[in-house]
Design a protein around this ligand. Structure first.
Ligand code: AMP
Ligand code: MG
Length: 472
């Protein structure tokens, strides 16, 4: 059977300033681990046999119509500008327009070295590949904008990190891989024409109604507001909100040291390299604004007189904290069964989170239990909770859609760290049963399915994963 992927590569038609053509480096013995059949269908692919899937999604066979390349970008990493990053371990095979008419990138992550690899080997080990597969598909099922996982393939090669580890390649699908950092690199280099071309490209691809660079800025802002508010409502901590990991399309991208929080704390940090707590749970809205300010700074460089655009750009950025606050409140209100935010709801929401933090209550378990009419049992000394609950009871009596709203906004199962770690450990030992089971549970996170009751449970003290690693 023939491999067919209906490529139409718009990014590769841009000038060569934006990328370097780069084929994936073949691997020794590719073996398919997972394939997202429904996504493949939506993309119009026919890659039918196990062998073909392993060949194509390891990079060993470059299908007809692909135009593989590594993209150039820069970015602020933990607040410090790095003038040159780029796809150091990823190769964009090309784009397809899916059955809904949305253009999507198909990218191999872990496909070998590129001109942007710096000291890296361009490879990935199995752990981060499985992690991203599970995390991104869980996010998708939760309804949060995200890049997706199309395939995971073992390479049959060894990757050297602290130990010798099995290598793997993840196929990532995204609305695009344009990042804030893609604009920053051309702004910093004073390449105004490239900046204009990139702006026009981003508008056409993502926000056809946006009017010019400031329209683009406004659209990216609104997409990021939706995104970060959704993260907050599910207790998700991205972990590396660097500007190179901030998608212009507003998707969650770069599943490095990210995690869903267990015990709730505003200041919770997982990433082992985030020593200052820059990307702590409660700081994510602030960082989203900071990142948008970097995009604004880059975008205005394309005007003949950048000063003329400063006022409008500033206003767009300054409006973002208020928009974020409103959207976060709307989502938390829905978690509590409220169809809209009314006066006093902000206090009620803050109060609950503060009580949860003081009592060290598990975030997801609380809201899942609450939806089932429980939750109190998670508090060792529920006095404060009882007072709060009396207020909630009063507030909710005029609401008519309480159960539906709570079911739609409070997942029963999320990809808990200890479960992901457990699945990775088993996979490294050759057993994918846990990986596939977890994947199945996460594909219907709002369902109250007794088959997966064990996956709902918070970690015991010995199971708890305290830190996550970039783990490239
Ligand atoms: P990230 O932390 O995933 O956002 O990556 C930051 C930068 O490091 C990007 O330019 C990556 O392409 C690059 N990078 C990360 N891991 C590797 C690797 N194993 N080999 C080459 N480049 C890498
Ligand atoms: Mg990245």
């Amino acid at each position: 059977m023939a491999v067919y992927i209906p490529f139409d590569n718009s990014f590769a038609r841009l000038s060569a300033e934006f990328y370097t053509r780069q084929k994936p480096t073949p691997v020794k013995a590719p073996r398919l681990i997972a394939y997202n059949t429904s996504l493949a269908q939506a993309l119009g692919l026919s890659v039918d046999t196990l062998e073909e899937r392993a060949e194509v999604f390891s990079g060993n066979t470059v299908p007809d119509g692909a135009d593989p390349l590594a993209q150039l970008y820069a970015g602020h990493q933990f607040g410090t500008y790095n003038p040159q990053l780029g796809d150091g371990r990823a190769v964009l095979l090309g784009e397809v327009v899916d059955t809904e008419g949305t253009r999507r990138d198909i990218q191999l992550k872990g496909a070998g070295p590129t001109p942007y690899s710096r000291r890296g080997d361009g490879r990935s080990w199995l752990g981060p590949v499985l992690r991203e597969y599970l995390m991104s598909e869980a996010m998708y099922a939760l309804g949060v904008p995200t890049t997706r996982a199309l395939a995971a393939v073992e390479t049959g090669e060894t990757v050297w990190r602290e130990d010798a580890l099995p290598g793997a390649v993840l196929t990532r699908v995204a609305q695009s891989h344009l990042r804030v950092g893609t604009f920053q690199v051309f702004a910093a280099r004073g390449q105004a024409q490239e900046l204009r071309d990139l702006t026009a490209y981003a508008i056409e691809r993502h926000y056809p109604d946006a009017d010019g660079p400031m329209g683009l800025l406004r659209s990216v802002r609104d997409a990021q507001v939706e995104l970060v508010a959704a993260w907050m409502s599910f207790g998700f901590i991205h972990g590396v909100m660097n500007t190179d990991n901030c998608s212009v399309a507003g998707e969650t991208i770069d599943y490095g040291p990210c995690a869903f929080m267990d015990v709730f704390a505003h200041g919770r940090v997982f990433s082992s390299i985030d020593r200052m707590g820059r990307y702590a749970y409660g700081n994510q809205p602030n960082i989203a604004v900071w990142n948008l300010a970097q995009l604004a700074t880059a975008l205005i460089q394309q005007f003949d007189n950048p000063e003329d655009a400063v006022e409008e750009a500033t206003q767009i950025v300054h409006d973002m904290p208020g928009l974020l606050e409103t959207e976060v409140q709307r989502r938390f209100a829905a978690k509590l069964g409220f169809s809209s935010v009314q006066a006093g709801d902000d206090v009620l929401i803050d109060e609950l989170l503060n009580i949860m933090e003081r009592a060290e209550v598990d975030f997801t378990a609380f809201f899942a239990n609450f939806r089932l009419g429980m939750g109190r049992d998670l508090f060792v000394a529920p006095t404060e909770f009882d007072v709060w609950f009396a207020n909630w009871t009063q507030r909710v009596c005029n609401e008519t859609d309480v159960d539906t709203l709570m079911e739609q906004h409070n997942p029963m199962v999320i990809p808990r760290n200890h479960r992901i770690e457990e699945a990775i450990t088993a996979a490294v030992a050759g057993d994918y049963t846990l990986f596939h089971r977890l994947h199945r549970a996460l594909s219907a996170p709002f369902e109250n399915n007794s088959e997966f009751e064990d996956l709902r449970l918070p970690p015991t003290p010995t199971q708890e994963v305290k830190a996550t690693f970039c783990g490239t």
